[in-house]
Design a protein around this ligand. Structure first.
Ligand code: FMN
Length: 206
């Protein structure tokens, strides 16, 4: 195994016990989105600062993928921002996130999507934090009525893939059809955009 691969695996060992989905199966439900605008929505959470495998970044990995999806689908774009800022230091941030996950916290978020009801398809993007989306994503989810919507999840990660995130979303969104997700490694989104773009296009074409 290459030294870099060993480093990635060993550095992510703290996350090794995180939940993991099989990602199998899509719940089929009647979808009234045809009565709504054809325009989809991309909502995402993404963090800047120091992160694993990419150093100190000015644009989050998930933000890069979210913008690609919005550009390719013509979707509106909304960034989920927590009122509280997480530590810029990577290790400190992992500790904060661990505490929030343990407490099943709902950190307050700033702003909201205008007229959420108009969208039939919502792309929901997030980094994997301890195997699942950051808790602020659930704060956003719980503010809205998702009945009849189609949700297409996407994430960036550094080894866990989608982890348990799609299962967590299906649990949080019982009225929506949550499709299988897209997982892109954060450093690929950050440093190899053509590769990330190819993965996005393949997934969008499914
Ligand atoms: C708090 C925290 C927890 C993380 N947990 C995991 C994890 O469980 N599995 C994993 O593969 N990567 C994990 N990572 C790495 C991020 O998922 C990865 O760097 C992602 O691309 C960050 O996206 P962003 O720049 O959009 O925030 C974690 C990173 C942070 C900051």
């Amino acid at each position: 195994m290459k030294a870099t691969a060993m480093f990635v695996l060993s550095a992510l060992l703290p996350f090794a016990g995180c939940a993991r989905d099989t990602e199998a199966g899509t719940t089929q439900q009647e979808n009234p989105s045809m009565h709504r605008t054809q325009k989809p929505l991309v909502v995402y959470y993404s963090r800047t600062g120091e992160n694993y495998a990419v150093g100190d970044i000015a644009e989050g990995n998930t933000a890069i993928v979210a913008k690609m999806i919005a550009q390719k689908t013509g979707a509106d774009l909304f960034e989920i921002r927590t009122v509280k800022e997480y530590a810029a230091d990577y290790t400190e941030c992992t500790e904060e996130a661990k505490r929030e996950l343990r407490d099943d916290a709902r950190p307050e978020i700033a702003g909201d999507v205008a007229d959420f009801a108009q969208y039939g398809t919502v792309y929901v993007g997030y980094p994997i934090w301890w195997g699942v989306p950051p808790m602020g994503v659930f704060t956003f989810i719980e503010k809205h009525d998702w009945a009849g919507k189609t949700v297409r999840p996407f994430c960036t990660h550094e080894g866990s893939g989608l982890g348990g995130s799609v299962r967590a979303l299906r649990k949080a969104l019982p009225g929506a059809t949550v499709e299988d997700g897209l997982a892109i490694q954060g450093h690929v989104a950050q440093d190899d955009r053509p590769a990330a773009e190819t993965a996005v296009e393949r997934w969008l074409g499914k």
